[in-house]
Design a protein around this ligand. Structure first.
Ligand code: SF4
Length: 334
């Protein structure tokens, strides 16, 4: 059976590979995990980009003499593990595709089938071609997302051959050195004192913008899709302007919706101090609890401004006719 795996990031296909799923390394890992755990009932989670292949994946796992339950709600990331529902449905294990370990102490055995891209060649070519842009730095911190983590050693080698010292920091929540998530940029913070700038390997602006916002250092992007090496300055200025405009709207807002997610890795269980702080600013605060936060669930509530305590990506993704800021962003301006 031939399977095409398409992984989406920012709604674009960033990786396509075709292989015999049953002959793949991933399938071997799944097989030994199921055998080791003696699992008979499997909770399966796939990213949206893999849904079109879900029947092939389910059939392959079912052939191992297992029942497979596809948890078909949109899966945000490894912060979004349905451990309680899987337990209620008597699943023995969870198999989660496309992300690395994030949550500790999950109540049910879980296998993360991670994904990586195979574009080292393009990364090396793009960096080599543009290396002169980085010559003014003597120390650079490397950051990336899970799919490009294998390229860090090659990037380090090229920079060091060009007499640029490189540092790769240790994350708190993410799994690998140098890995960043929207909600965990601690691998950048870990080395910020040692470096003159950061080099982000990947595509999209969400992750590097977070680093530019929180670390007072220039951020460069080795853009895998465009095959370019660019400074983030202009994009950061646009982002910063947007934040300042939203802050001005917050200042005049009266009724605030404080968004709390029930997803296990996104849930802020300690919102009382946030609520108290907002109330001290003269705001009326309504706590809105949802699993999947979406516009339709808030229609008609009559809120002027939303403050998000769940996945930071909502700040850029959520389409709502009210302004929204992440609490972690807003609190820096209060
Ligand atoms: S950035 Fe959002 S989706 Fe990704 S792990 Fe963090 S909370 Fe989850």
């Amino acid at each position: 059976m031939s399977v095409t795996l398409k992984i989406f990031d920012n709604n674009k296909v960033i990786m396509v590979f075709i292989k015999k799923f049953k002959k793949s390394e991933e399938f071997e890992k799944i097989k030994s995990f199921i055998n080791n755990k003696n699992a008979k009932k499997i909770a399966l989670q796939l990213p949206e980009g893999l849904k079109t292949q879900s029947r092939e994946i389910i059939d392959s796992i079912t052939d191992l003499d297992c029942d497979v339950l596809l948890f078909a709600d949109p899966c945000f990331g490894a912060c979004d593990i349905p451990e309680d529902s899987a337990k209620q449905l008597n699943c023995d294990v969870i198999i989660h595709f496309a992300h690395s370990k994030y949550l500790k102490n999950i109540k049910i055995p879980i296998l993360y089938v991670e994904y990586r891209t195979d574009n080292n060649k393009e990364i090396i070519e793009t960096l080599t071609k543009n290396i002169s842009k980085l010559k003014e730095y003597s120390s650079i911190g490397l950051i990336t997302t899970l799919q490009h983590i294998n390229s860090l050693d090659n990037v380090k080698e090229i920079l060091e051959k060009n007499n640029i010292k490189t540092y790769i920091g240790k994350p708190k929540l993410a799994t690998y050195k140098g890995q960043i998530l929207g909600c965990d940029q601690s691998s950048a913070k870990d080395i910020t004192e040692k470096v003159e700038c950061f080099l982000y390997i990947g595509s999209g602006l969400f992750h590097p913008l977070g680093v530019a916002r929180d670390q007072d250092k220039p951020v460069w992007i080795l853009d895998i899709e465009k095959k370019e090496l660019n400074h983030l300055k202009k994009e950061y200025e646009k982002y910063y302007t947007k934040i300042i405009l939203k802050k001005a709207k917050f200042d005049i807002a009266q009724n605030i919706g404080l968004l709390v997610s029930t997803k296990n890795g996104q849930m802020d269980k300690n919102i009382k101090p946030i609520k108290t702080k907002l109330e001290a600013l003269g705001k009326k605060v309504y706590v809105l609890v949802m699993n999947h936060i979406s516009y339709d669930k808030m229609e008609g509530i009559g809120i002027d401004f939303l403050i998000n305590t769940a996945c930071p990506r909502l700040e850029e993704d959520l389409t709502f006719d009210r302004p929204l800021l992440n609490w972690n962003t807003l609190k820096q301006y209060l």
